[in-house]
Write a protein that binds this ligand. Structure first.
Ligand code: ADP
Ligand code: MG
Length: 483
């Protein structure tokens, strides 16, 4: 037991999700990623005198859909406000955001943990806001800085959670689930590397058993789930060390240094009143009716939680397996193609092959399921070969490796490599007889009641046939002979 076990970590997350619209939140500028600096801006993005912002209604629909998916209150009236601050990448001097009247109110996100359990995390709010530009320091002569305003005005949804998470793993599960929902809805591509999904983690610690919240630090702009978890873990230890030394935590904004594995102070935390929020006089309140909400609801696909439940109910999968296989549309459709493609494919065996062998192999080459060298059709055919006894489950791993490496069809791999299962009972019997004859001691033991030795005989037989003997037949024959 260490001092750290006496503390509880409290985590609240703020996620900025870039809404997948073609145009910006208040102008017609393109939102495409990767363009030359400052080629996708216009006077509205810079708030030149005399311009008028016009709200992109696709962003509103994205927020409504996300609100419904988060089982949240969808506010039929919300207000855009100016958040005033100075920053070189913000020539306007303010950001258009939403303050006390956000478009989406309180909701819930259910997270799935590795032990198969689920937990509900409170969502405080979701509001729409525009992104700022980007300062560029590695362009042009040394000691100069530049500003790229392509991002200025890109629509973001900021989704704020309650301080309901207690471990780095829960925080990771929250972001994973939120990203899955956004992707299913098609409202955000969820690409953390390109900055389409960014996360700030608020972290505090308190003695176990106490209920008061400790002072928090906010770690800015975490760009991967792994970094979110590591930053939280290290920040919690830093805070516990301070408290244990009799010190006090100061409320501040910190940055995660992924190379040194530490968080560093960036600035003291500003409060809402520092921003002098006021309703943007250029924009009317956003108002819509129930019909608009229902229209959005009708356009929504089956979401991860529903898909997970369906996988549990119709395929008998465990809660955890179901949550993994429903975590992306690509994974879900791969799985359903495998299961649905053949006559009697076993859903649990299919799940195992995807989650263990396929994911393991994809992980090694850093690819995701969309670019899997093994198609769901081919994997399905391989499962049929196991089911009809052409190959054993063990030999299938060799077949799979070959399919994965060369993209070959399973039947062809079996043919070319001579991996066909031996299901000729006479042939297997001859091998078994020889093993029995050569091991009288073991035979005596098993006949005296040591049933565990059966496994040893199976192993010997499989070894003698290079794994190709039909395991069911081997078992049956051995049982008969050694009974
Ligand atoms: P701000 O916008 O200034 O960062 P908010 O009130 O919107 O402040 O809160 C931001 C996040 O901080 C929320 O996700 C909330 O759950 C979380 N939070 C608030 N207090 C704590 C705390 N004591 N420990 C951990 N997280 C906290
Ligand atoms: Mg914040």
């Amino acid at each position: 037991m260490s001092i750290y076990d006496n503390y509880e970590i409290v985590i609240g997350l703020e996620v900025h999700a870039q809404v997948s619209t073609k145009a910006k939140l208040f102008s017609g500028s393109s939102t495409e990623f990767g363009a030359e600096p400052n080629t996708q801006t216009c006077p509205i993005d810079l708030a030149m005198p005399g311009v008028l912002p016009v709200l992109n209604s696709a962003a509103v629909d994205a927020a409504i859909k996300t609100g419904i998916a988060l089982r949240a209150a969808v506010n039929k009236e919300s207000v855009f406000a100016r958040k005033n601050y100075f920053y070189p990448d913000l020539p306007k001097g303010y950001q258009i955001s939403q303050a006390d009247k956000p478009i989406i109110g309180e909701g819930t996100l259910t997270i799935d943990l590795e032990d198969g359990s689920s937990r509900d995390i409170g969502v405080t709010r979701l509001h729409l806001e525009e992104d700022a530009g980007k300062s560029v320091h590695d362009f042009g002569p040394e000691d100069t800085s530049h500003v790229d305003l392509n991002r200025a005005g890109i629509p973001l949804m900021e989704i704020v959670s309650e301080p309901d998470m207690r471990t780095p793993e829960e925080a990771g599960a929250y972001v994973r689930k939120l990203r899955a929902i956004l992707r299913f809805l098609g409202v955000c591509d969820g690409n953390m590397e390109q900055g389409s999904l960014r996360c700030d983690a608020n972290v505090s610690v308190r003695k176990k058993g106490t209920t008061e919240l400790g002072t928090r630090a906010e770690i800015k702009n975490l760009n991967s789930i792994r970094n979110i978890q590591r930053a939280i873990a290290h920040e919690a230890i830093r805070q516990i060390d301070i408290v244990e030394d009799g010190g006090e935590i100061i409320q501040q904004t910190r940055l995660w240094d992924a190379v040194k594995n530490v968080t560093r102070a960036m600035r003291s935390k500003e409060n809402a009143h520092d921003y002098r929020y006021f309703p943007d006089p250029d924009l009317l309140p956003v108002r819509f009716d129930d019909a608009r909400i229902e229209k959005n609801r009708a356009e929504m696909p089956e979401l991860p939680d529903a898909l997970k439940e369906r996988f549990v109910n119709s395929y008998g999968l465990s809660a955890y397996d179901a949550s993994v296989l429903s975590s992306s549309l690509a994974t879900a459709s791969f799985y359903e193609t495998v299961v649905g493609g053949g006559k009697n494919r076993d859903p649990k065996i299919a799940a195992n092959w995807i989650m263990v062998e396929l994911f393991g192999a994809l992980n090694k080459i850093g690819k995701d399921i969309e670019s899997s060298p093994v198609s769901p059709e081919a994997l399905g055919k391989m499962l049929d070969l196991i089911a009809d006894g052409t190959i054993s489950g063990k030999i299938a791993k060799t077949v799979f490796e070959e399919m994965f490496e060369k993209g070959t069809d399973p039947e062809k791999v079996v043919e070319d490599k001579g991996l066909k299962q031996i299901s000729d009972s006479g042939a297997i019997e001859a091998i078994i007889d020889e093993i029995i004859a050569n091991n009288p001691d073991q035979v005596a033991k098993i006949k005296a009641g040591n049933d565990k030795l059966l496994g040893w005989f199976v192993g010997q037989t499989m070894q003698a046939t290079k794994g190709k003997a039909n395991p069911a037949m081997v078992n049956e024959l051995l049982r008969k002979k050694l009974a």
